[in-house]
Design a protein around this ligand. Structure first.
Ligand SMILES: Cc1cc2nc3c(=O)[nH]c(=O)nc-3n(C[C@H](O)[C@H](O)[C@H](O)COP(=O)(O)OP(=O)(O)OC[C@H]3O[C@@H](n4cnc5c(N)ncnc54)[C@H](O)[C@@H]3O)c2cc1C
Length: 352
């Protein structure tokens, strides 16, 4: 049985940063993730996509952000159970929890923090004949390495941030990028919509709307797609392509966590914004997995939620200890990673 102070379900950016905040309070963490690697959506869906809204980083690749988070928590030596899905939870008489994975690994902790993001990753797929035949043979639902598309002819379908962001990014990588969307309006950020329009005007991107892909052709690998305009004329055109990337989003599936007796609203766990605790005392939900009025599914919001969660978890685990908030400069001097460092004089703020 693995024992820890805070058991974190989900090793995405939120779960990883929670380890740091818990470490500052001298709380040990163990993370469970169904994926074989840490990083959540950043590693699994868009490791090479730049992110522009992490404070202090004008631009950072999602994969690099994960590497940095792993570096930041290294000294706190978190435990990892990777490639296993948290399946069941049992509350013991003393208020602590046992969480068991689909492979039978048991974890025991006084506090459980669910940082499960979107849950298990299930891409929404277009309804097309012979789709399966071309999966991994020209069709992909996520872009893990954009270099795969260097000098290739790529068609992307979709109308959200993913489709827009990747169309913009691949315009500099692929030999030809075509974005096909069922509507004339996009759901993504206005900035990205404007950028796509700009690239179209510069002849660096083909934009076909309102339209849809209705057939896939090729022998062993994908050779062309048939695009039909959604209009009275229903014009059709065959486009020669190497790759087709439908980016219709991921269908949100909470998975087994949905059966744990937690209050759920629209596939997300309801929390109290005081400390991101759920309706079950001792179980918190942070990051994309939770919901509350005004919720934004952004990495920086997950970081904030993880920070407040840890403060509350500290009080729960050590009800008799007085909590003193310290800025991290103190950690540098005292060496929370075990090394002596020159650091500015610490500022200590007491919270009564
Ligand atoms: C294409 C794209 C671009 C984006 N761009 C930005 C951006 O520019 N800026 C920004 O702030 N945000 C962006 N986001 C959103 C951002 O990625 C999410 O807000 C962030 O990943 C949420 O982090 P998280 O740790 O809460 O969840 P996730 O990253 O989803 O990680 C959750 C982890 O929990 C695991 N898990 C779930 N259920 C279980 C279970 N039962 N057992 C074990 N493990 C489980 C999953 O496997 C996953 O690894 C983007 C998202 C996408 C898809």
């Amino acid at each position: 049985m693995i024992k820890t102070d805070i058991l974190i379900i989900g090793a995405g950016p939120t779960g990883l940063f929670a380890v740091f905040e818990a470490g500052l309070l001298k709380l040990k963490c163990h993370l469970i993730d169904a994926l074989p690697q840490a990083g959540g959506q950043c590693s699994e869906i868009y490791p090479k996509k730049p992110i522009y809204d992490i404070p202090g980083f004008p631009e950072v690749l999602a994969g690099d952000l994960v590497d940095n988070l792993m570096e930041q928590i290294k000294s706190f030596q978190p435990g990892f159970t990777l490639g296993e899905r948290a399946e069941t939870i049992k509350k013991l008489d003393d208020g602590t929890f046992i969480v068991t994975t689909n492979k039978g690994t048991e974890h025991h902790a006084p506090v459980v923090a669910i940082a499960g993001g979107l849950g298990s990753f299930e891409p929404r797929k277009p309804l097309l004949d012979n789709l399966k035949k071309f999966e991994d043979n020209g069709i992909a639902y996520m872009i893990k390495d954009p270099e795969v598309y260097r000098d290739k002819k790529v068609v992307i379908a979709g109308g959200g941030d993913s489709a827009l962001d990747w169309s913009i990014f691949l315009a500099d990588v692929a030999s030809q990028v075509t974005l096909v969307h069922r509507r004339n309006e996009f759901r993504g950020a206005l900035d990205s919509v404007e950028k796509v329009q700009e690239l179209k005007n510069q002849g660096k991107l083909n934009l076909i709307t309102p339209a849809e892909i209705i057939a896939l052709n090729g022998d062993d690998t994908l050779e062309s797609v048939l695009i039909r305009k959604i209009s009275d004329a229903k014009e059709e055109q065959v486009l020669e392509v190497d790759n087709f990337i439908p980016l219709f989003g991921l269908s949100p599936k909470l998975g087994p966590i949905g059966d744990w007796g937690l209050e759920i609203e629209k596939n997300a766990i309801k929390v109290d914004t005081f400390d991101y605790q759920t309706n079950i005392p001792g179980i918190y939900a942070i990051g994309d997995v939770n919901t509350y009025p005004g919720k934004l599914k952004l990495i920086l919001c997950g970081f904030h939620e993880a920070t407040l969660m840890c403060q509350s978890a500290f009080q729960k685990i050590h009800p008799d200890k007085k909590y003193v908030m310290k800025y991290t400069t103190v950690g540098g001097v005292n060496g929370f990673d075990g090394t002596k460092k020159e650091a500015p004089k610490a500022v200590v703020k007491k919270i009564e």
